[in-house]
Design a protein around this ligand. Structure first.
Ligand code: CAA
Length: 259
């Protein structure tokens, strides 16, 4: 694993990789180096055969309080265009392995957008989610507007985005934005436990289910079903399909290899 300065990243036991955001002095504000390091860590873990699932977390005070305002305050439209500002952000969506987010404290702006790049989200009862960009005279730029709308519907999304006020973990859960709300001291533990549970499942099935679910968000039912069908057929070319069904017939636990 490469050396990082804005995050830490390591492979834990049981096929779980852990990435922690590590700019505590600025509440894990996300600068360009952090996005680049995050992408590098995710891509390394995506290629690493030992890793079955990836957990992403911040610290107790903040998952991340947004994109780094100091870094972007003097930017203009042309600088951002020439930098291709969201290139690395967009690439985060190419990660094939399951990403489980464990959120405590502030999860604002770009921090919320990063959390929304996770496939499953666990949050502390005390976590706060929000898009305060409106108070800075801007708006989300890394998919926040789009994802929030798809998750909670247009009326509610407009309300949250226009007001820019934080929503509690309970509200985020009620609106289908996060999966589970847990006691503050248990967030990371529960996220890792969930990651371990899915790490024991057939890796290729996990991968193709992820791909098919995200495709379904934008597809018609018929298009989504055709895509699903192709991936269903594809899994019948895997050794794990043979092993899974043989194990069922032999009344034993399957030993999946991810091929
Ligand atoms: N960027 C840069 N620095 C930040 C930051 C950010 N997004 N959020 C917090 N910090 C820094 C503060 O400037 C402060 O630094 P100093 O100690 O050097 O002054 C340090 O982190 C601690 O923050 P506070 O003293 O403000 O802590 P608090 O507990 O009083 O308040 C907070 C916490 C309510 C989260 C407040 O820090 C805040 O409002 N932060 C900004 C939130 C925000 O607007 N996020 C959206 C950013 S824009 C964006 O994300 C665009 C996009 O979609 C890509």
């Amino acid at each position: 694993m490469s050396k990082f300065t804005t995050i830490t990243a390591k492979v834990e036991e049981d096929g779980i990789a852990l990435i922690e955001l590590n700019r505590p002095k600025v509440l894990n504000a996300i600068n360009r180096s952090m996005v680049s390091e995050l992408l590098s860590a995710f891509e390394q873990f995506d290629r690493d055969g030992r890793v079955k699932a990836i957990v992403l977390t911040g610290n107790n005070r903040a998952f991340a309080a947004g994109a780094d305002i100091d870094e972007m305050m003097n930017d203009d439209a042309i600088t951002l265009e020439l930098l291709n500002q969201f290139k690395d952000w967009d690439q985060l969506h190419t990660i094939k392995k399951p990403i489980i987010g464990a959120v405590s404290g502030y999860c604002f702006g770009g921090g919320f957008e990063l959390a929304l790049c996770c496939d499953i989200l666990f949050a502390s009862e005390k976590a706060q989610f929000g898009f305060p960009e409106i108070k800075l005279g801007v708006m989300p730029g890394a998919g926040g507007t789009v994802k929030l709308t798809k998750l909670m519907g247009q009326k509610k999304a407009l309300e949250w985005l226009w007001l820019g006020e934080p929503m509690s973990a309970k509200e985020a859960h009620q609106h289908g934005v996060i999966n589970r709300v847990v006691a503050p001291e248990l967030v990371l533990e529960e996220a890792v436990k969930f990651a371990r549970t899915i790490a024991s499942k057939a890796p290729l099935s996990l991968r193709l289910i992820k791909e098919t679910v995200y495709k379904a968000v934008d597809d018609s039912v018929l298009d989504g079903m055709q895509f699903e069908r192709k991936n269903f057929y594809l899994l019948f070319s895997s050794e794990d399909q043979k092993e899974g069904m043989k194990a069922f017939a032999e009344k034993r636990r399957a030993n999946f290899k991810g091929k």
